[in-house]
Design a protein around this ligand. Structure first.
Ligand SMILES: [Zn+2]
Length: 104
């Protein structure tokens, strides 16, 4: 259920940007250290300006539960992580748990 950078989320935060909140982007843990409670709390309350995996820089926000379940993932972020596009944070999307074979 989480937007946190756990293994099932391919080690990335899944975040979105105001005001559209249109897509979930993958954000590296270099932007917010998941092991630092102060940094995580600052992100949760104030957002964080950083570059996503797709190189879009914006102020990112912690998505709500509905978005973590149903919001479309950014296709460019998914391509770079080698996972299929889809809906919700990868941990919530049964179709995304295997990486695409990019060796072909
Ligand atoms: Zn993206």
């Amino acid at each position: 259920m989480t937007a946190r950078p756990i293994a099932e989320n391919f080690g990335h935060w899944w975040v979105y940007a105001a005001p559209e909140y249109s897509e979930l982007h993958a954000m590296p843990t270099t932007a917010v250290d998941p092991d630092n409670p102060d940094t995580v709390e600052a992100f949760r309350s104030e957002g964080i300006t950083a570059a996503a995996v797709c190189e879009t820089t914006d102020t990112w926000w912690w998505p709500g539960i509905i978005s973590r379940l149903y919001r479309d993932r950014c296709t460019a972020c998914c391509d770079r992580l080698g996972i299929p596009p889809g809906k919700g944070a990868p941990v919530n999307d049964d179709t995304s748990h295997t990486r695409k074979d990019t060796t072909a």
